[in-house]
Unconditional design. Structure first.
Lengths: 247, 267
């Protein structure tokens, strides 16, 4: 499988605390990879480094083979993200925000693309509504529309369904799944919802204390470690990471 | 540099101005108030001064130019603050935009907003108090250029300070023009100042503008070499300001500040 993201020996510390400790992983084209772990495991720090908003102490990040450290612009043109903690500016409407980000990402035929995304993410009613007055679920849909503007080859999603009701969350999962199945892009997905992860992800990486503790198929991985479900495995990673590391 | 990314910053500000009276009105309101206040003050001073004396070009002209400089500086800072207020750093700096493109966007936006303010001031000063600023001659153009470039430089320094210290540092930025004005000799010759203040004045580009303004108002001509020095200083200040912002941005990437920039991140 062709790789859209290659992370090698990535390390980042804050003072004496090591947040990400030399992790390496890849995301293939058409693949959805879950980045899992308890709070403080290093998931968001990793995503921030991939997005170029946090410098790594060492290690490399390649997006479609492009070194993100030396060719930041070219790497980020192929990337986009949606995160629950990064809503679109609340003082602009959905359409205004999308127009601005279309310019930032150099989207060709932006008007048509924006209309299509507004339709696809069920935002027609909110097209001219300021993002700040939308519900958290509607804001996340606007963020996802922004994240799809440039047809990213690497899509980073940090808990994209955390603020959505079950029906909308299922819709979003279906759309992201379809997006990955087109085979043009890879998705790195973080979530604390293990049922969702098992449903959506092709492969998962369990992070603990900044290291990749486990990696594999989310449907097979629990059984391989004597657990009934992915949720049980997550709890084991959170509570007794050393025992899993020793396996 | 991709023009589309620069245009994105300009478009954002246009949307904000279009959708918010609170943003659009201050573009003209404070400068208009200043013109009226100082216009009547100069009119009264003219009435009590020796016959033939006029304070209009020296005082009202100085206020007009100083307000233009202030609008430029605050115009740049305000566009940056919009990203601070809307917590947009992560979305913005995780996009392909470069620091050069972002700063170009701030400056381009500021050209428009400061031109609106200047136009309103010129019309009010001319129509109400008889100060048609371009009657002073073509020398007004270099005056405006020097003040514009220095205003941009100070605005970028303000942005760098807020990026480094956090949103609460915004309150350090608004008074900067007031802190500079005593040294720049806006309302009096620099020779009035004590020696140590004069030494600092010589480093400030506006000093050369206001000294020249007074010379022109007295019927003389400006010292063009001094004005050129002011212009050169302004360009150097602008380059230094851009380097400072770039350096602070790099530091923010290193520390992780961009990723977690929020209401109280002063470090």
């Amino acid at each position: 499988m062709e790789r859209v993201l290659e992370v090698a020996e990535l390390r980042r510390s804050f003072g004496t605390q090591v947040a990400v400790d030399g992790i390496s992983f890849t995301v293939g084209r058409g693949e959805i990879v879950g980045l899992l772990g308890p709070n403080g495991a290093g998931k968001t720090t990793t995503i921030n480094m991939v997005l170029g908003v946090l410098e790594a102490d060492r290690g490399t990040i390649r997006i479609e083979g492009i070194d993100a450290a030396t060719r930041r612009g070219a790497a980020l043109e192929r990337t986009n993200f949606a995160a629950v903690y990064a809503p679109l500016p609340g003082n602009l409407t959905v359409a205004e925000n999308l127009r601005i980000f279309a310019l930032l990402y150099g989207v060709p035929h932006a008007a048509a693309k924006i209309s299509a995304l507004i339709d696809e993410y069920d935002l027609v009613r909110f097209r001219d509504t300021r993002c700040g007055v939308l519900s958290s679920g509607e804001q996340m849909r606007a963020c996802l529309a922004k994240a799809m503007l440039n047809d990213p080859k690497l899509l980073l999603l940090d808990e994209p369904t955390a603020s959505l009701d079950p029906a909308k969350a299922a819709e979003i999962r279906t759309r992201i799944r379809a997006f990955a199945q087109r085979g043009e892009a890879g998705v790195l997905w973080t979530s604390h919802n293990m049922v969702e992860v098992a449903e959506v992800c092709d492969r998962v990486l369990f992070l603990s204390h900044g290291r990749v503790l486990l990696e594999g198929d989310p449907r097979k991985l629990p059984g391989q470690h004597g657990k009934a479900t992915l949720e049980d495995l997550f709890l084991a990673v959170a509570r007794e990471p050393l025992s899993l590391a020793a396996e | 540099m991709r023009p589309g990314r620069v245009a994105a910053i300009v478009l954002r500000q246009l949307y904000l101005l279009r959708g918010s009276v609170a943003r659009a009105v201050p573009l003209v309101s404070w400068v208009a108030v200043d013109m009226v206040l100082w216009g009547f003050l100069t009119r009264w001073l003219d009435s009590v001064a020796a016959p033939g004396t006029t304070f209009v070009p020296t005082l009202l002209g100085a206020v007009l130019l100083w307000d233009f400089f202030t609008r430029v500086m605050q115009g740049v800072a305000q566009v940056f603050f919009e990203d601070v207020w809307s917590r947009n750093f992560l979305n913005l700096f995780a996009s392909p935009i470069t620091i050069g493109e972002y700063l170009a966007g701030l400056v381009t936006t500021c050209v428009g907003t400061s031109a609106v303010s200047l136009l309103v001031m010129m019309l009010l000063a001319g129509a109400c108090f008889g100060l048609w600023i371009f009657v002073l001659g073509a020398v007004v153009v270099p005056f405006l250029i020097v003040l514009f470039v220095f205003g941009i430089a100070l605005g970028i320094v303000g942005c760098a300070i807020v990026l480094r210290l956090g949103p609460a540092a915004e309150w350090f930025i608004w008074p900067i023009p007031a802190l500079v004005s005593p040294f720049a000799g806006v309302f009096y010759p620099v020779a009035t100042l004590p020696g140590w203040m004069q030494a600092f004045s010589r480093l400030l580009p506006p000093t050369y503008v206001f000294e020249s303004l007074r010379a022109v108002a007295r019927g003389g001509s400006p010292t063009y070499s001094d004005l050129a020095l002011g212009g050169a200083l302004a360009v150097v200040d602008l380059l230094l300001a851009c380097m400072l912002f770039r350096s602070v941005h790099r530091r923010a990437l290193r520390s992780g500040l961009i990723a977690r920039y929020a209401a109280e991140t002063v470090t």
